[in-house]
Design a binder for this molecule. Sequence first.
Ligand code: NAD
Ligand code: AKB
Length: 316
Amino acid sequence: MKRILITGALGQIGSELTTYLRKIYGESNVVASSKNREAGSKIVEEGPFAIVDVLDPGQIAEAVEKHEIDTIIHLAAILSAVGEANPTLAWKVNVEGLFHVLEVAREKGCAVFTPSSIAAFGPSTPKDQTPQDTLQRPTTMYGVTKVSGELLCDYYFKKFGVDTRGVRFPGLISYETLPGGGTTDYAVHIYYDAIQKGKFTCYLKEGTAMDMMYMPDALDAIVQLMEADPSRLIHRNAFNVTAMSFTPEKIYGEIQKHIPEFIMDYDVDPIRQSIADSWPNSLDDSAAREEWGWNPKYDLSSMTIDMLDKLRKKLG
Ligand code: NAD
Ligand code: AKB
């Protein structure tokens, strides 16, 4: 049985992944960690928890040793919009933090899973059906850190044999924990506002297409790739994965099918618009499908039905 440490476990992905992995691998085998202990958090209370600031390699090593960890799922990061506001912090957390994790993994013999992002592409990348292997010249600090991370993970596998694996996630949509300051966040907030206010103001303009995925598919992707037969993996790190691609008006239209009185208008944020404009419209994820059987379950229509149902129950 794997013994897993999750960094950044109280964020959008970690807060759901921790519970999901504890069901698969056993509660005591999945150690959640974060740089602070958030009182009242379900994750902190329901199983093992460690304080790990990824900028402190000693804290990572101590948690790995104490809990006899063999797999690190590294989620601690700064996302795109926050990263553009604070590029120094983004570089430190995303690149230095990952470097510390990889060094501990090399010393202690751990496998590492860490997500890259559609942000690893830039304006010179082919925009439609973006290939697995293509030009990567991102223009955001977040994107620069994601390409650096992909390369670092490849290096640690080739040079030191560390079992590194990862996917390029698109925007993730979920109802458990709000996203942490990215460009795709509007696609989560729109559901909350549709239910709570009946009105949503979108910070991206009409026609801005980006790839997206519902959280249950993202959790499956992580486990599937972690469990994949290594002999089948040609692209160990940074597999393109996607489930759908849509524009603000398309998701709005889908929600309106269930809430006809819902209204959306636009107030474009130039920073997040320029980030979104630099990212692909849609990804080609055939390498993930061929090498480890990637096959998402949710499309825009089934995700919208489930999101509205779950959020109505959550928000009362
Ligand atoms: P998030 O912002 O919700 O969570 C990240 C967590 O890391 C936060 O809880 C934050 O407090 C923590 N953190 C920040 N600095 C830290 C430090 N020094 N030490 C320890 N923890 C620290 O992010 P997320 O959405 O859960 O993303 C997880 C990973 O997936 C990131 O690498 C992100 O780039 C990637 N990703 C996410 C998405 C998405 O849409 N959510 C899409 C593509 C890729
Ligand atoms: C962001 O918008 O920053 C993230 C991502 C796609 O990496 N959701």
